[in-house]
Design a protein. Structure first.
Length: 288
């Protein structure tokens, strides 16, 4: 199997010497990957698609953050690729889900070669499909991501999301949407659909959730009041989880969303609802 190393040179933790280090240590582990340098999410997606077009079962080592990994996923055909994650991004949530907290740990996992299936979520909206490994946020979460300034993110890292949240609070949207999970219909102000257990780093959103298992956690926030969100955010940041009388949690493999609300997947704004969300079992194999 030919391996390919995709490196995002704009990732938050990227340094030029990283390429030499990865090349040297991967060679010591028996890999001689072809190097692909990208600087945008579009380039990452196009690179993955080009590799997939020439190799039916590629092995992709991705040194980047969650946004780039999402772009790579969206360039692949389900059921064919093997992925390895090397955390070089701002939050590296997928790496944390896989038990990988550093480049050193990623290289150790690559040497061992242990693989498990990766299930991914898929959002269908406006005639397009978008895969996600971590989560999709519709409503307030989607609005915050859409408000993130790219230059602020380069300088402030996670702090850029705080500024975006403040902008979202100033222009608060009180509208609601209808979320259907199975036979149950719920009126929500926002909804977070998780394929993973963590949110935005090491915050636990869906305990027990596993990216290998094709089931989605659906967290519906019913209240449209800003003070409710501020209270929930404080409890969440303090480690109490996202719970309370204004929160409903469900599990399923398919759901639909009626209404007009912004959507983000894995930290990237992709448009607005209405939408349908499902899960694809064994989308790829992943090193963990």
């Amino acid at each position: 199997m030919t391996s390919h190393l995709i490196v995002n040179t704009q990732a938050g933790g990227y340094r030029p010497e990283l390429i030499l280090r990865l090349g040297r240590e991967l060679a010591d582990a028996g890999h001689s990957p072809r190097l692909h340098l990208v600087s945008t999410l579009a380039e990452a997606r196009e690179t993955a698609a080009a590799i997939q077009a020439t190799e039916p079962h590629p092995y992709l080592l991705v040194a980047a953050g969650d946004g780039t990994i999402n772009a790579v996923l969206n360039g692949l055909v389900p059921g064919r690729a093997t992925l390895a994650v090397i955390p070089v991004g701002t939050a590296n949530v997928l790496a944390l889900e896989l038990g990988i907290r550093s480049v050193d740990e990623a290289l150790q996992r690559i040497r061992s070669g242990n693989r498990r299936p990766l299930a991914v979520g898929v959002v269908t909206s406006g005639g397009s499909r978008r895969y996600f490994s971590l989560m999709a946020g519709i409503g307030c979460d989607g609005a915050v991501v859409a408000a993130v300034n790219w230059r602020e993110k380069q300088v402030l890292k996670k702090g850029a999301y705080l500024l975006a949240a403040m902008r979202t609070l100033r222009g608060w949207d009180r509208g609601t949407m209808t979320v259907t999970v199975g036979q149950e219909r719920m009126t929500c102000h926002s909804v977070i659909v998780s394929n993973a257990a963590r949110y935005g780093g090491d915050l636990l959103l869906a305990p027990g959730q596993d990216v290998a298992v094709p089931t989605l956690s659906v967290v519906c926030i019913c209240s449209n009041r800003r003070r409710t969100y501020l209270r929930l955010a404080l409890r969440f940041l303090l480690g109490f989880g996202l719970s309370g009388p204004d929160v409903r949690r469900r599990f399923g493999r398919e759901l639909s969303i009626e209404g007009t609300k912004p959507i983000q997947v894995d930290g990237d704004a992709i448009g607005c609802a209405p939408a349908r969300i499902g899960v694809i079992e064994r989308f790829a194999q992943i090193i963990r």
